[in-house]
Write a protein that binds this ligand. Structure first.
Ligand SMILES: *Cc1c(COP(=O)(O)O)cnc(C)c1O
Length: 403
């Protein structure tokens, strides 16, 4: 396969990034998916929509997030000059609000009165419940019964914000079952309901739309690093669950051939143990959640459960644009284990006074491996996409402390 002239124009009109993506949905959903695509195309070209989004990104979410020189970490590692993009400082503690604000404004523009979403760990559910409260829309969040058990604080947050949390007991009662249930609800209530997907996955146009909403991260990095250093970065690093924060950082730089990129999957207890969430490193192409991409599956094609210390990375698939960028060789897909993420979590807390979420702690684990071998004028930017407050109980449990 020859390299395309640009990595930034996809997907094509059927929603494909070459072999990946598409829209594998029930017949009854097709008209709505086409409606949504049209509404998004119109909104993108409407300066009024962009101005409204920019207003809420600035005054509600707190953008732009700073680009911070991690001086002590840089000294400790003794190689590349390391910057953190501080998306953990956003309202609700991660990059998820960027996408939720974009989609809620689109839903309102489409005249929808009811929002549905699925959530695994609850971070996306909380961000959706937040924007639904702000814009006074009915909100139903599908969540696996097992996850509800494991994530009580987030369930309570969603309820305080006025959302209905709908337990899903089918299958393994986790994220993939919640996704199926949300799609079923959507088929049954398409006229009134907007489905707010939380990562750069799902049927077309979601992967491209979520990417576009998250690309504010990379656009800001471009400007901020230019102001600080007068040039482009040499290396970008981000963690990967479904892939929205990573594609948001990478996309504005995909055609800058000199910028190398690393996306870090969760290797859990180790790829060879089978207990991981590394869809590209250890998965195979298949169809889930309305698109074709790399998935964790067994020999019969059944989706298998993802494992990671970080609840936000344990999605059994990956967005289709990443599957394509992997096949093109444009982005390097690597992984980090639970243990490596924990070491990174501790190092960042002590050296920089920043408790990272366990998700970006995986990205940091790769920075710790990679940076020492690089020159001192090599510019590396890592997306600090979430804060660690939500993870202190998990970390304490791993360290054998009872809180
Ligand atoms: C949800 C989440 C992720 C994973 O989602 P992506 O779509 O891969 O970005 C990563 N980090 C944090 C902090 C999250 O909340």
């Amino acid at each position: 396969m020859s390299s395309p002239n640009t990595f930034r124009t996809g997907p094509n009109e059927s929603g494909h990034f070459d072999l990946f993506g598409g829209r594998f949905v029930a017949e009854t959903l097709m008209p709505l998916i086409l409606d949504l695509e049209q509404a998004w195309e119109d909104a993108k070209d409407d300066p009024g929509f962009q101005a409204e989004l920019d207003h809420f990104l600035a005054h509600y979410a707190g953008r732009p997030s700073p680009l911070y020189f991690a001086e002590r970490l840089t000294q400790e590692l003794g190689g590349a000059k390391i910057y953190f993009k501080r998306d953990e400082l956003n309202h609700t503690g991660s990059h998820k609000i960027n996408n939720c604000l974009g989609q809620i404004l689109l839903a309102r523009r489409m005249g929808k009165k009811r929002i549905i979403a699925e959530t695994g760990a609850g971070q996306h559910g909380v961000a959706v419940a937040t924007v639904c409260a702000r814009f006074d829309l009915d909100c139903t969040i599908y969540m696996g019964a097992t996850d509800i058990e494991r994530q009580q604080p987030n369930v309570f947050r969603m309820k305080m914000l006025g959302a209905e949390v709908e337990p899903v007991t089918s299958g393994s009662a986790t994220l993939k079952d919640a996704m199926n249930e949300a799609l079923r609800d959507w088929v049954a209530s398409v006229e009134t309901t907007y489905y707010l997907i939380g990562t750069a996955a799902g049927p077309h146009p979601y992967p491209a739309m979520v990417r576009d909403f998250q690309s504010v991260i990379g656009r800001e990095v471009r400007e901020q690093l230019d102001a600080a250093e007068g040039r482009l970065p040499d290396t970008l690093v981000a963690c990967i669950g479904g892939g929205s924060n990573a594609i948001g950082l990478f996309h504005p730089f995909l055609d800058d051939a000199g910028v190398e990129m690393f996306a870090v999957e969760a290797a859990g207890e180790g790829i060879d143990t089978g207990k991981h969430a590394a869809s590209i490193s250890a998965g195979k192409p298949g169809v889930l959640h309305g698109n074709r991409t790399y998935l964790l599956q067994d020999d019969d094609g059944q989706i298998t459960e993802a494992h990671s210390i970080s609840a936000g990375l344990d999605y059994p698939g990956i967005g289709p644009e990443h599957a394509w960028l992997h096949d093109q060789g444009r982005v390097n897909y690597v992984s980090a284990t639970d243990a490596e993420a924990l070491t990174a979590f501790k190092m960042c807390s002590r050296l920089e006074g920043i408790l990272p979420a366990l998700e970006p702690a995986h990205a940091l684990a790769h920075v710790i491996r990679h940076a020492p071998g690089l020159a001192r004028d090599h510019l590396l930017v890592m997306n600090m996409c979430g804060r660690g407050d939500k993870d202190v109980f998990s970390v304490a449990r791993y360290l054998g402390e009872d809180l």
